[in-house]
Design a protein around this ligand. Structure first.
Ligand SMILES: NC(=O)c1ccc[n+]([C@@H]2O[C@H](COP(=O)([O-])OP(=O)(O)OC[C@H]3O[C@@H](n4cnc5c(N)ncnc54)[C@H](O)[C@@H]3O)[C@@H](O)[C@H]2O)c1
Length: 329
């Protein structure tokens, strides 16, 4: 695959109404791509039609669930690229409801890959895995070969789906690119609940003048990646001929403690307060410890570098939700 010029490229984005999907859609439209969004608009997740406001009327919308093979068969599979982002995103919920997680995050992924194999084998496919696939962290920064001891059905299914994508690459010759994403945040991220996208949730809490609850001492390190940096990483990898069949850890590459992130949110918003409480059992059991991505593999392969500091990212996030918060909470 040569360096990709996105102009006129046909792109399918599953989960395209969510934070990552809509952000990649907006960027790809700027670059002239021809976009189809597929989303089931499940209420628990971040689907939001307002996310696509900047490109309203410029993308094809399909309301469909990746668990439903029949509706996937209705699509015209003639895409150059597929960003496979539809997912159950809460790792805590996956403990309560492992069937839902498996149906979406494993079997749903299989449905997309089977359609691609049968009807669209030339499409390059992006898979959005997670840092949680590693489970307990032995040492930071975390490179791709860090041992994997998943702690939840979410992490187990992400590992299985990653392997499924790699199987389709090796056995069926479909070009896939796999990311294990750290903690993304920013404009268009869901703020309905605290189950994921925690920076966004805290921005909302602070904007509403509430007390933000931090479990434990809040000293654990996290790697928060601003959505625009993540989008550029996805484009860089999908453009790189050498990225086919490869797995990349993607984050900002910088660690910040949970409590410092929280304090930064409160300072930036200028409202809200922080309270420390003990860890609830269902959180401490699946806590990974410090996490920071080692991003050298993607940086070596492409010219991508994260550009937005956490201070700047939170400033931009707050500015976005000051203007558009009414569409989110
Ligand atoms: N947000 C994070 O912290 C994070 C971190 C690592 C990886 N990821 C992965 O990135 C992907 C996108 O996440 P996001 O942050 O944009 O979350 P999001 O909730 O904003 O978007 C997910 C989208 O997927 C859609 N969806 C869910 N199940 C579906 C189904 N069965 N069929 C069709 N659409 C479905 C939802 O309606 C939603 O629009 C997910 O696969 C997620 O697991 C997210």
């Amino acid at each position: 695959m040569k360096e990709i010029n996105f102009r006129g490229r046909k792109v399918l984005i599953t989960g395209g109404l969510g934070m990552i999907g809509s952000s990649i859609a907006i960027r790809l439209r700027q670059l002239g791509a021809d976009i189809t969004i597929l989303d089931a608009e499940l209420p628990m997740y971040g689907a939001n039609k307002f996310n696509l406001e900047p490109i309203r009327g410029q993308v094809k919308m399909v309301k469909a669930d990746i668990r439903d093979r029949r509706s996937l068969e209705q699509l015209k599979w003639d895409f150059d690229m597929i960003f496979n982002l539809a997912g159950q995103v809460s790792h805590n919920d996956s403990i309560e409801n492992p069937y839902l997680d498996t149906e979406i995050n494993y079997l749903g992924q299989l449905n997309v890959l089977e359609q691609a194999r049968k009807k669209n084998p030339k499409a390059r496919i992006f898979f959005s895995g997670s840092r949680l696939q590693f489970g307990k962290i032995e040492a930071v920064p975390v490179a791709e070969n860090h041992p994997q001891h998943p702690l939840t059905p979410y992490a187990l299914n992400k590992n299985a789906a990653e392997n499924l994508h790699l199987f389709y690459h090796h056995i069926h010759g479909i070009s896939v690119v796999v990311f294990r994403i750290a903690n993304p945040y920013g404009p268009r991220g869901q703020m309905k609940h605290s189950k994921y996208c925690i920076v966004n949730w805290f921005v909302r809490q602070a904007m509403e003048g509430k007390t933000i609850t931090v479990f434990g001492d809040g000293k654990q390190l996290r790697d928060y990646i601003f959505i625009d940096d993540l989008v550029e990483a996805m484009l860089a990898a999908m453009s790189s001929p050498q990225a086919g069949g490869e797995v990349f850890n993607v984050g900002s590459g910088v660690g910040i403690s949970f409590q410092d992130m929280t304090a930064l949110v409160v300072r930036t918003v200028g409202r809200g307060s922080i309270r420390h409480v003990g860890w609830p059992a269902d959180y401490i059991n699946v806590e990974t410890g410090d996490y920071v991505s080692n991003i050298q593999k993607l940086c070596r392969l492409t010219s991508w570098r994260p550009r937005i500091s956490i201070e700047e990212g939170i400033r931009r996030t707050v500015a976005y939700f000051r203007r558009h918060g009414c569409h989110y909470f």
